[in-house]
Write a protein that binds this ligand. Structure first.
Ligand code: S3P
Length: 745
């Protein structure tokens, strides 16, 4: 351990777990020359000396702090003022004092009272660490490693004093953060003081019960977990409850109100409301567990960096099912939430994008059970039953969530803000804000039409006719969904057919929708009625395997239960036009959507000029089609696909760059690309690909590796989880050889 940071003399007042652990950790790391200690209790001082935690003690506190460079007060909150009064005459002008109390406002007042309001050498601190154990013998030199320590410096705190205290905590491995005094006390009242109060109170209630022997005999995990902290020091907690009274009462009132609400729901047998509380709490707790394990993406979504090491693979084989359709999964939550009655969904995609939509509706008060193995139960609240969310809706990487929700939010009575991760924050939202403004909605975007989007509540929308300036199902859906709330009739005409799931599903929920050629019309005043939804497998996820099996000689796979909605089958049409061997088998209709099993056998593909009318029908599949084109005989030309530049990444650039890296002659054009295929005898070279955090770029290059001659390393693949959880496992079972580095995907 480096001795660069060294304090000549530290005095510690109060020899409990917190103070002793700190000086012990400093001593072990060689950061202190001399430690003097004081405690009201002589035995504790003797014990601390014997344990080599302090070098000397004295029953006269003045002697202990005299000449000390740093004085650490580790005493119950209400003892701070008398201790400060006792030490004040004995400390040097340069000494720095700090404390470790769980309430900062009362300590700040004590310091001002004893030393004056401008005293600059006291640094208020609070380590978020500890245990229910107390006393010298529980001292633990590792207690603070990777634990947060909150410092609450005030404007008059001296820089050198703050630096000394910060360095002291850093030296023992803590992560130091700053907060204001009042914010600290408000946050701690909720996160620490209230739980302790509840634990003490619950144990007291049960202990006073005349059947307490029974209770304690049979109290297993639940009681033990919930009440562990009631074994903490009563004096310490009595003081905290007194010192942070106002904040604690406020959070206690809120809790009492919510508890009464839950009580009423139980009394009245209102199981939907009970489920609402439990499902929301479970999601929050699961998220918290991930934060504790340092796995969660804490806003703004910072995903662990995951790379794929994709090695040359075998021929693909087998019959299997890829996850549920993303577009339909989003819409099942949206329409199910706004329906009257309970909607049951199966085959729901448990990817981060559709989960973002699910969470958004939970945040707006909808009770949603699951997902559990693709099953979701949505207790619809009706078109006018959503409630204002407590915070901005965080939609992660999901453009579909943000654009469709913008339309729905425009019709609500409350204000909403929608935010997303770094990639979503760069995507154009003017395309939805513009038509919504024409309908009379109050929609604001950040600069250049980027997220966050703020939607004002309470606007009376008017129906419009809108000619879509681009072929976009998201914009079409946004306007139609706003139309459910707009006066009169709302219609949209699209320049080319785009996916029509919104129209089909509205009809499935019993809502009238007129489709006349390229124009879709809805009127307000209707209602949605709950239904059952069986989500087919996503053809966009199936596409990776269609391409993989086509390019890898000897492959023969069957993809089961794939959605083959005519507005989505561009990838099949294009691969067939390139000479692909694809059979669509066992066609059937499930819940208003056509579905089939698709058999793909390898074939020597040839380059083509991709017909422009296929572009909107294959809009998400081009990254994998580019891989197919590279393996084809001759040139493939794509035009009319400028929309690819505003997807999760600029997909033209990302694919062309990646292809060039692995030895393909490819170049981007304004609205597409020209790719020279290497044909039957060629293969991809090795190299390192930047997926630009785009799930489809990552999976496309993973499939390219089947025809690789050396490993392809693909960076930043965590977002594969947005649309295709379990991709690597499924691909590996089928014949790919993809390793994962970093993260835990
Ligand atoms: C989607 C529409 C398409 C597609 C996206 C999902 C939808 O976007 O790329 O993955 O569910 O409506 P655009 O509407 O921007 O083309």
């Amino acid at each position: 351990m480096s001795n660069a940071f060294r304090i000549p003399h530290i005095a510690v007042v109060g020899l409990g777990l917190i103070g002793c652990s700190l000086v012990k950790a400093l001593r072990v790391r060689g950061c202190v020359e001399k430690i003097t200690g004081y405690d009201r209790n002589l035995d504790s001082m003797e014990l601390a000396l014997r344990e080599n935690i302090i070098d000397q003690y004295n029953e006269d506190i003045g002697d202990v702090v005299r000449g000390a460079d740093l004085i650490i007060l580790s005493v119950p909150i209400l003892a701070v003022r008398p201790v400060l009064e006792m030490i004040a005459p004995h400390i040097s002008d340069t000494a720095v004092i700090t404390d470790v109390g769980s309430v900062k406002g009362s300590v700040a007042e004590d310091v001002a009272h004893v030393f004056g309001a401008e005293f600059s050498r006291f640094v208020l601190g609070h380590p978020i660490a500890g245990s229910e154990r107390s006393g010298v013998l529980s001292a633990d030199e590792h207690l603070y490693v990777h634990h947060k320590v909150i410092l609450t410096p005030e404007p008059h705190t001296a820089h050198d004093a703050l630096a000394l205290v910060r360095d002291t905590w850093c030296a023992v491995g803590a992560d130091v953060e700053h907060m204001s005094v009042s914010h600290h006390d408000e946050v701690l009242a909720a996160t620490s003081h209230l739980p302790h109060l509840l634990a003490y109170s619950l144990v007291d209630t049960l202990a006073n019960n005349h059947e307490n022997k029974e209770i304690f005999n049979y109290a297993a995990g639940g009681f033990r977990d919930f009440t562990r902290i009631a074994a903490s020091s009563p004096i310490m907690w009595r003081d905290i409850f007194a010192a942070n009274k106002d904040h604690i009462l406020k959070t206690l009132d809120l809790f009492s109100h919510d508890l009464a609400f839950l009580r009423t729901a139980i009394e009245q047998g209102d199981s939907t409301t009970v489920m609402g509380v439990l499902t929301r709490a479970k999601v929050a707790r699961d998220h918290f567990s991930k934060i504790l394990a340092r796995r969660a993406y804490v806003e703004p979504m910072k995903t662990a960096s995951i790379s794929y090491i994709a090695n040359p693979g075998r021929a693909l084989s087998g019959s299997f099912r890829v996850p549920g359709d993303k577009s339909i999964s989003h819409r099942s939550i949206m329409l199910g939430s706004l329906a009257e009655g309970t909607t049951e969904v199966s085959g729901f995609l448990e990817g981060e994008d559709s989960l973002a939509t699910l969470q958004a509706f939970r945040d707006m008060g909808v009770v949603i059970e699951g997902p559990h193995r693709g099953r979701v139960t949505i207790h619809g609240v009706g078109l006018h039953g959503l409630q204002a969310p407590p915070n901005a809706l965080y939609l992660g990487n999901s453009g579909t969530s943000m654009r469709l929700l913008a339309g729905l939010m425009a019709g609500q009575a409350f204000d909403v803000e929608m935010t997303g991760d770094e990639s979503l924050s760069k995507r154009p939202m003017g395309r939805v804000a513009d038509p919504l403004a024409l309908m009379g909605a109050g929609v604001e975007t950040a600069e250049a039409g980027r997220p966050p989007i703020k939607v004002k509540g309470g606007s009376q929308l008017k129906g419009i006719h809108y000619d879509l300036p681009m072929a976009s199902a998201q914009v079409k859906s946004c306007v139609l969904l706003a139309g459910l709330y707009a006066e009169g009739e709302t219609s949209v005409t699209e320049p080319a057919p785009t996916r029509d799931h919104t129209e089909r599903m509205l009809k499935g929920f019993g809502y009238d929708v007129d489709v006349n050629g390229s124009t879709v019309t809805v009127r307000s005043g209707g209602k949605l009625t709950a239904t059952e939804i069986d989500v087919p497998s996503d053809i966009s996820s199936a596409a990776f395997f269609m391409v993989g099996a086509s390019i890898m000689p000897g492959s023969d796979i069957t993809l089961e239960h794939v959605g083959i909605n005519p507005t989505r089958v561009g990838v099949i049409n294009i691969l067939k036009a390139m000479g692909g061997n694809i059979e669509v088998l066992n066609e059937r209709e499930v819940g208003g959507e056509p579905v089939a099993d698709i058999r793909i056998r390898s074939a020597q593909l040839k380059g083509i000029h991709i017909p422009e009318d296929q572009v909107p029908l294959a809009i998400d599949e081009f990254p994998s089609i580019f891989i197919a084109a590279a393996c084809a005989e001759g040139e493939t030309v794509l035009t009319g696909a400028e929309e690819l530049r505003v997807k999760e990444s600029d997909r033209i650039q990302a694919m062309v760059d990646g292809l060039v890296t692995i030895g393909v002659d490819a170049k981007g054009t304004e609205d597409g690309a020209i790719i020279q295929g290497f044909g039957a005898n060629g293969s991809f070279g090795g190299g390192e690909i930047d997926s630009q955090h785009d799930h489809r770029i990552a999976m496309s290059f993973a499939m390219a590796s089947l025809r690789g001659s050396a490993p392809i390393i693909i960076r930043d693949c965590a977002n594969v989880a947005t649309s295709f959880p379990g991709f690597v496992e499924l691909a590996s079972n089928a014949g790919a050889a993809i390793g994962i580095e970093g993260g835990d995907a």
